[in-house]
Ligand binder design. Structure first.
Ligand code: F6P
Length: 324
């Protein structure tokens, strides 16, 4: 049977580029005479039947906007069998042939269970700043978050070098160090602490001490949230207890997630949004559409969140060498 009606939602933490992805899905679908219906606030939209038809102009002027015009949420009810039953009723009521979900790990997990248990055609797009989904080199939103964080690090560097002060800057990433590594390399950090590698507090203290002795004007340590040694405040206090050096902590938080998506995020979102519709027209579902080495790849939902995407160890090594 031909795909005639696609539903779309964004779920989990918003990521810059989600709007560009919505636009890509809508414009591609309309080109092929497929109607598109947006569900508001993630999977909750399926539960509450908050549905709007999206036409060509609904997605005008959004490619450059951060956040998501559909709103997003982390839905606890959707995780239950009853919640999914309710969602399935909405799918049937509006004759939705296939659903496109844009989000991170939790979104793909939900999509997998829902599609399997209720036999619904669902396809995913990777939308998270964390870049922690297996099945794509880069997730939509990652590049913008890295650039947002980098801008902040550059500004802090001015203060750090003027006052010759030690800074600990905490970046997002939940349990993954992708943002930390990218920001650390691009921002010339003195060290980067990420959840994927053990943090040696004594060695870090020694290194900072040596840097100060050598006359380094500023020392910036990037701390990925989720580091096993603690958050930036805890780690800073531990270092202070060893070397008694004055320091400041900056937690970048949500400024990383907002704002206009970079060109890279808009381009990735547009390519993946186009590919997901073409895939659904060929009845390819139960998977997330990503890009690996410039090729569009369809990865079964389960793999996207059960397989761990590995950090590039070379980047870690390079940061250490450059900071010697
Ligand atoms: O997954 C994106 C993310 O920004 C993570 O980096 C962060 O740990 C988390 O979301 C914060 O979630 P919330 O906005 O729900 O507090």
């Amino acid at each position: 049977m031909k795909t005639k009606r696609i539903g779309i939602l964004t779920s989990g933490g918003d990521a810059p580029g989600m709007n560009a992805a919505i636009r890509a899905v809508v414009r591609t679908a309309l080109h092929y005479q497929i109607k598109v219906f947006g569900f508001k606030h993630g999977y909750n939209g399926l539960l509450n039947k908050t549905i709007i038809e999206l036409n060509h102009s609904s997605v005008a002027n959004i490619i450059q906007r951060g956040g998501t015009i559909l709103g997003t949420a982390r839905s606890a009810e959707f995780k239950t069998h009853k919640g999914m039953e309710k969602a399935k009723k909405t799918i049937d009521k509006y004759n939705i042939d296939a659903l496109v979900v844009i989000g991170g790990e939790g979104t793909m997990r939900g999509a997998h269970e829902f599609s399997k248990k209720f036999n619904v055609d669902v396809a995913g797009l990777p939308g998270t700043i964390d870049n922690d989904l297996f099945g794509t080199d880069i997730t939509i939103g990652f590049d913008t978050a890295v650039n947002n964080a980098l801008e902040a690090v550059d500004r802090i560097r001015d203060t750090a070098s003027s006052l010759e002060r030690l800074f600990f800057i905490e970046v997002m990433g939940r349990c993954a160090g992708f943002i930390g590594l990218a920001v650390g390399l691009a921002g010339g950090a003195e060290d980067v602490l990420i959840p994927e590698t053990p943090t040696d507090i004594k060695a870090l203290a020694k290194k900072i001490n040596n840097n100060i002795k050598k006359g380094k004007l500023s020392n910036i340590v990037i701390v990925s949230e989720g580091d096993e040694a603690g958050n930036a405040f805890t780690i800073a206090a531990k270092i202070k207890s060893i070397i008694n050096e004055d320091y400041r902590v900056a937690v970048l938080g949500y400024i990383q997630r907002g704002g206009a998506p970079t060109a890279n995020d808009r381009i990735l979102a547009s390519k993946l949004g186009y590919a997901v519709v073409l895939g659904l027209m060929k009845k390819i579902s139960g998977c997330m559409v990503g890009e690996i080495k410039n090729k569009i790849i369809f990865t079964p939902f389960e793999k996207t969140y059960t397989r761990k995407k590995k950090i590039d160890p070379d980047i870690y090594t390079i940061i250490k060498i450059f900071a010697e």
